[in-house]
Design a binder for this molecule. Structure first.
Ligand code: F6P
Length: 360
């Protein structure tokens, strides 16, 4: 492995720098490789933006959130968005990416990303390029791995927020609705809701009934608990309705931006129960800041395994967590479907057992 490329694709999350560090440090120190940092995800590969990483670049970044390489969720080389006088056109620029890969004489690219990134990795692998994948996303929705890094950090932020909301909700006898991220999978809402003791948790996997939520908070109120916390995933939807979309942007790998379900839940509870509500949207706070120790460790294990896979020429594979062990799985397997919360998950059963409503 003389020349190793590395990029971070899609939305950022805490732990990206920890992976970059654990790939680059041994590659520079023990393998004597050159490490090429590709800027802004696949956008950099298409547009030729990169710089070589030095030991100094990758020192002191273990606990740093974001990514020193920059990232983008608009740079899919196979569906590259370009501005035209008539708006945005989507074109196949994969040739540019392949040309840069060859011009930079890369032996492999370690691509750190979520589902969108792994789909791109799979396509380039089919075209004969050498890629190794590392799974990241706060949503924790990638298949073939028990966990993506970033999830633990997001849950930690969201559950701390719920703790804080408890005290003010209780003081004012209010229903607090906290909207967390999670487009198609409710892992964050479930993890944070369980850790924070939310009274209702709404997730995409369990379409909810408006009436059931109102009845639940009203019952609590009548029984003397004069406040409630409702933790809502941005992708949660009522049984008779769809996703609440904030805007559409053709440039994005996934064109829809979600947001707003929390407001609807708050409005509905006020109207149907007369209880006072407040809505808090945590948004990108969940993606910012320093990774938790768990994520730093997982990211470091992932990075060192990714380098090992590269040196063994196990291309087209993604590192994955199974139990406590980090191993390799074919990227093809990881992109077959999204990892949503199983309805018989112990997390759901445990939440139900302590009286949490899922609005169903
Ligand atoms: O996929 C991770 C995620 O954080 C989603 O939960 C969320 O919908 C999306 O990214 C937000 O993306 P953006 O940074 O483009 O607003």
């Amino acid at each position: 492995m003389k020349r190793i490329g590395i990029l971070t694709g899609g939305g950022d999350c805490p732990g990206l720098n920890a992976v970059i560090r654990s790939v680059a440090k041994p590659a520079l120190t023990y393998f004597g490789s050159t490490v090429v940092g590709i800027e802004d995800g696949f956008e950099g590969l298409v547009e030729g933006k990169m710089h070589e990483l030095t030991p100094r670049d990758v020192g002191g970044i273990l606990n740093l959130g974001g990514t020193i390489l920059g990232t983008s969720n608009k740079g899919n080389p196979f569906k590259y968005p370009i501005e035209t006088p008539n708006g945005v056109d989507v074109v196949d620029y994969s040739e540019n990416a392949i040309r840069n890969y060859r011009d930079w004489k890369l032996d492999v690219i370690v691509a750190i990303g979520g589902d969108g990134t792994m789909h791109i990795v799979d396509k380039f692998t089919e075209l004969g390029l050498n890629f190794v994948g590392v799974p990241k996303t706060i949503d924790n929705d990638l298949s073939s791995t028990d966990m993506t890094f970033g999830y633990d950090s997001a849950v930690s932020v969201a559950s701390e927020a719920i703790d804080r909301l408890h005290t003010t909700a209780s003081a004012h006898h209010r229903v607090m609705i906290v909207e967390v991220m999670g487009r198609y999978a409710g892992w964050i809402a479930l993890g944070a809701g369980l850790a924070g003791g939310a009274d209702a948790i709404l997730i995409p996997e369990i379409p909810f009934q408006w009436k059931k939520i109102s009845e639940h908070v009203l019952r609590r109120s009548k029984q003397g608990s004069r406040f409630s916390i409702v933790c809502v995933a941005e992708g949660a939807k009522p049984a008779e309705g769809g996703l609440v979309v904030k805007e559409e942007d053709k440039k994005r790998t996934d064109p829809i931006r979600l947001g707003g379900i929390g407001e609807l839940v708050g409005k509905n509870i006020t109207e149907s129960t007369g209880l006072e509500t407040r809505v808090v949207v945590l948004g990108h706070v969940q993606r910012g800041g320093s990774p938790t120790p768990f994520d730093r460790i997982l990211a470091t294990k992932y990075g060192s395994m990714a380098l090992q896979l590269a040196s063994e020429k196990k291309f087209g594979h993604m590192v994955s967590l199974r139990g406590n062990d980090v191993m390799a799985v074919p990227v093809k397997e990881a992109i077959l479907k999204l990892r949503t919360v199983p309805l018989d998950s112990q997390l759901i059963l445990a939440a139900r057992a302590v009286g949490t409503s899922f609005g169903d």
